[in-house]
Design a protein around this ligand. Structure first.
Ligand SMILES: [Zn+2]
Length: 281
């Protein structure tokens, strides 16, 4: 495995930005409220611009779609029709609510898609970086999913990520999006009635927790068709050995940003689809 020049650049940038992601250090949280009432901090913008510059350096002229750009659904749909030019999604602060509330479920996620495929993605988990000297993730299509670790044992290397095999521990499903969206959706409400769920976890945390092979947290299901959430989740779980489809069980395609069922293995994936249709676990 050879780290791509972009991934190396992103890793250095995350190291440089890391202290801004620790709320105690980040003293200039001037919260604004987006139109959908989710908070925006100045870190959102700062990280977005930093990652955007990095992409511009490595891939001049390629289009970037920032989570903070507040695109209308129509505008997003138009962008998704573009099949021959690469596009990037950037979420410089995924899980803003968690960042402000003082929980650990936040980070950053960037992905590049070309046509139906997600080609490359990085995820940054700043709390892991601060506590364990790990938490920088890179995945590339056909090359696997990896986590950088510079603990004393690893000494600065990538470790390959593998999703968990099916086992008889309880299956916890991580639901990406607000809990209200889930209770209004019959298929997703079925998951809530049958399995243990963790709603509203941020995408970057959910994707990497499954990709790392957590024995219980073996699936992510999304209820929003946002590229900055779906693209990194799909690539990381796919490249770590999982199964990624839309809610109907068809292969995930990046250009229509389908809602995801991304599971660690075939058995868990089949069980979740069954439960969504109203079947038993
Ligand atoms: Zn290590």
């Amino acid at each position: 495995m050879t780290e791509s020049p972009f991934a190396r650049g992103a890793r250095y940038l995350c190291r440089k930005l890391s202290r801004h992601y620790i709320p105690v250090v980040h003293t200039e949280i001037s919260a604004k409220i987006k139109t959908d009432r989710t908070p925006v901090t100045d870190l959102d913008q700062y990280a977005l611009e930093s990652f955007r510059r990095l992409i511009e350096t490595h891939f001049p002229g390629q289009r970037t779609i920032g989570e903070e750009d507040l695109r209308s659904p129509d505008e997003l749909r138009q962008l998704m029709l573009v099949m021959i030019e690469p596009q990037w999604s950037i979420d410089g602060l995924d899980g803003t609510w968690h960042f402000q509330a003082g929980t650990n479920s936040y980070g950053a996620a960037i992905a590049r898609r070309l046509g139906s495929w997600v080609e490359e993605a990085i995820i940054f988990r700043p709390i892991d970086w601060a506590l364990h000297r790990s938490g920088f993730f890179w995945a590339a299509r056909g090359k696997g999913a990896w986590e950088w670790c510079s603990c004393t044992k690893c000494g600065g290397t990538y470790n390959r990520l593998r999703t968990a095999k099916h086992n008889h521990r309880r299956l916890v499903v991580m639901l990406e999006g607000s809990s209200r969206e889930f209770w209004n959706n019959a298929a997703l409400a079925n998951i809530g009635k049958t399995l243990t769920t963790r709603p509203s976890l941020s995408s970057c945390i959910a994707a990497t927790t499954v990709a790392r092979g957590n024995a219980e947290a073996r699936a992510v299901v999304t209820a929003r068709q946002n590229p900055w959430d779906g693209w990194p989740i799909a690539l990381f779980i796919d490249e770590a050995g999982g199964v990624v489809t839309d809610h109907a069980g068809k292969p995930y395609s990046a250009h229509d940003c389908s809602n995801l069922v991304a599971a660690a293995n075939r058995e868990d994936h089949a069980a979740i689809l069954r439960i969504m249709e109203g079947g038993a676990a």
